[in-house]
Design a protein around this ligand. Structure first.
Ligand code: SER
Length: 608
């Protein structure tokens, strides 16, 4: 039986052998497309190239693209829907077209050595039936027959099923989809029987070949593109289910390890859908955080926040031994790290972000529930207590289902339509924007990668100076450009060459050690207790942002409330931004050490 890891590899090997260059997955966050929050299909990062731009890797590409679809969260947890999935795809950018695309799809599916070895007698195929934009796709149907699919297993369907486009604008075209009989006992089907079998999930779609030669603008197909492209997409989740003989990917090795952990830690779930939602949402959250999204109240950050909160709500509701979920994060990063090596360096960071969100949500829940019972409305619950609108709505629904009705829970009304809520929110945001501007500014002129790296090096340097010259060394000023960092610090004499060398060595040693850089929000008093470095003369709010640099064991000790141990190298009050792991920094070098004024020295340093 092929594992999901082996399936990915087989796919890439198959197409590499046929002249395709293998691309790594693009980030879940679209690079130059503000119209979508996440990449929802393998083709999205490739749109400019489908439209005619030259791709640096050539005209034949293959990849496994991370995708997120959160359109309808209510579907998640059935057999077919996942908020995150991996799409295997091969691409022709004005290179081969229908003939090769179809031939290779068939070969990959059915060839037992190079491909998946699926039974050709269990395959069905659909083609586009034609409309005012393009004619009936007889050409594809003929190619399918030539490779071995009998005519009566090829069905022509309308644009609704067999025209693929990413939205109202962009490259698009007719498509041809492949379906597989899950039981092996179905045999020939009339068109009506086929449609019914798909509806009942007796046969399931496993691959889609899109022949992208058209362009859509404002919902309308406006004509042909300059080149004929092929965009194929096979969901790893579905293919894995087929290959492992399961009705759903939730029962395959893509989730097995996670459910095992959940069974051990959280006991029985009263509701299988809730259990799947928890696994699905945490997996998606891990991938989102890995791609730089952090929980917040808008856009991508809000989707992430909602997924984490939904997972927690479902676990609370249906697990017999509910406890914190962040514990699962490490199992997910571990499971995926071979194929997505960035998990190795980000795992601690992901763990911390998830955990912070989970803990702050627990507090929010407790406070919000109390307020809800008092009759506070959805808007107040959100703005004053951070209690999400959806939760108020869910609570009201739950109450409505039981004996209590929304009218008689309290005298006050807290029912508010989504529209009213949004309108109030928009007004609220306009008012609060000016107030919050500049709250947690990190003091960096611009946030490009070099300055962010130098910023992290700056924290390492201050800690190293204190280690070599003594704890009385305090930062008095700092300035970072793309080329170098500058720190002013209290010290009353010139540093010796040995001292400078020692400081440099310590910083480089910490870089090599691959320490995690973790941000935490905490009460000011707690940060002071931990001895976090403060900016001279700065005034801090009650809740502060603090950056820790240390090894993973030290963070575990810190989490358990057993103090910071020896493994935390640096703690500073700071709003960021920073890189996630010191091993990204390169080599640290001090360029100059000089006096600024009596008792204050200045170091300029670079990363090479
Ligand atoms: N774009 C098509 C899909 O997402 C094929 O990759 O189904």
């Amino acid at each position: 039986m092929l594992s999901s890891n082996e399936i990915r590899q087989k796919f890439l090997d198959f197409f590499e052998k046929r002249g395709h260059k293998i691309l790594p997955s693009a980030s879940l966050v679209p690079e130059n497309d503000p119209s979508v929050l996440f990449n929802t299909a393998g083709m999205q990062p490739l749109v400019p190239y489908l439209m005619g731009q030259k791709h640096p890797m050539g005209t034949r590409l293959a990849n496994i693209q991370k995708c997120v679809r959160t359109g309808d969260l209510d579907d998640i947890g059935d057999n077919r829907h996942f908020s995150f999935f991996e799409m295997m795809g091969n691409w022709s950018l004005g290179d081969y077209f229908k003939e090769d695309a179809i031939k290779w799809s068939y070969e990959f599916l059915t060839n037992p050595s190079e491909g998946l070895g699926l039974d050709p007698k269990r395959l069905y195929v659909t083609c586009f039936e034609g409309d005012e934009n393009a004619g009936k796709d007889i050409e594809s149907a003929n190619i399918w027959q030539n490779v071995g699919i009998p005519e009566n297993r090829i069905y022509f369907l309308p644009a609704e099923d067999n025209w693929w486009s990413p939205g109202d604008n962009g490259p698009c075209g007719p498509c041809s989809e492949m379906f597989y009989d899950m039981s092996g006992a179905i045999g020939d089907l009339s068109k009506e029987e086929f449609i019914e079998a798909v509806r009942k999930e007796d046969v399931i779609e496993i691959w889609n070949d899109v022949f992208m030669e058209y362009e859509k603008k404002d919902e309308k197909v406006i004509g042909k593109l300059a080149q004929k492209n092929v965009d194929t997409g096979a969901g790893l989740e579905r293919i894995t289910a087929v290959m492992q003989g399961k009705k759903t990917a939730y029962d395959t090795d893509l989730f097995e390890y996670l459910f095992n952990e959940m069974d051990t830690t959280y006991g029985i779930f009263s509701d299988i859908k809730s259990k799947r939602i928890v696994a699905d949402h945490i997996r998606t959250a891990v991938f989102m955080i890995n791609d730089g999204i952090i929980p917040s109240n808008k856009d991508k950050g809000y989707v992430l926040r909602r997924l984490i909160r939904r997972a927690i709500s479902h676990a609370r509701r249906s697990a017999t031994n509910f406890s914190q979920l962040f514990y699962l994060v490490d199992f997910i990063t571990n499971h995926y790290k071979n194929f997505y090596p960035e998990f190795e360096k980000n795992r601690r960071y992901i763990h911390e972000i998830f955990k912070d969100e989970e803990l702050s949500f627990s507090l929010t829940l407790e406070r919000g529930l109390k307020e809800f019972e008092k009759g506070t409305d959805a808007f107040m619950l959100f703005t004053s207590y951070g209690f999400p609108y959806e939760l108020t709505e869910e609570l009201l629904k739950e109450k409505g289902k039981g004996k209590i009705t929304t009218q008689n829970i309290t005298g006050k009304s807290r029912i508010m339509s989504k529209e009213d809520f949004n309108a109030k929110m928009a007004e609220h945001q306009k008012l609060s924007q000016t107030a919050s501007a500049g709250m947690f500014k990190g003091g960096l002129a611009n946030h490009n990668e070099e300055t962010v790296k130098l910023h992290t090096a700056h924290h390492l340097l201050l800690a190293a100076l204190q280690q070599v010259l003594g704890k009385s060394v305090k930062q008095r000023g700092s300035n970072i450009t793309e080329e170098r960092l500058r720190i002013d610090f209290t010290f009353d004499r010139k540093m010796t060459d040995e001292e400078k060398q020692k400081v440099e060595d310590i910083v480089n040693e910490k870089i090599k050690a691959g320490l995690s850089v973790i941000r935490k929000e905490m009460p000011l008093t707690e940060a002071e207790k931990l001895g976090a470095e403060m900016e001279f003369g700065a005034k801090y709010p009650e809740i502060v942002s603090v950056y820790f640099i240390g090894d993973d064991e030290a963070f575990i000790t810190l989490d358990k409330g057993e103090g910071q141990g020896g493994g935390i190298f640096s703690i500073e009050f700071c709003g960021g931004p920073h890189i996630n792991n010191t091993n990204e920094l390169g080599t640290f070098k001090i360029q100059k050490e000089e006096a600024v004024s009596a008792g204050v020295r200045r170091i300029k340093a670079i990363l090479m």
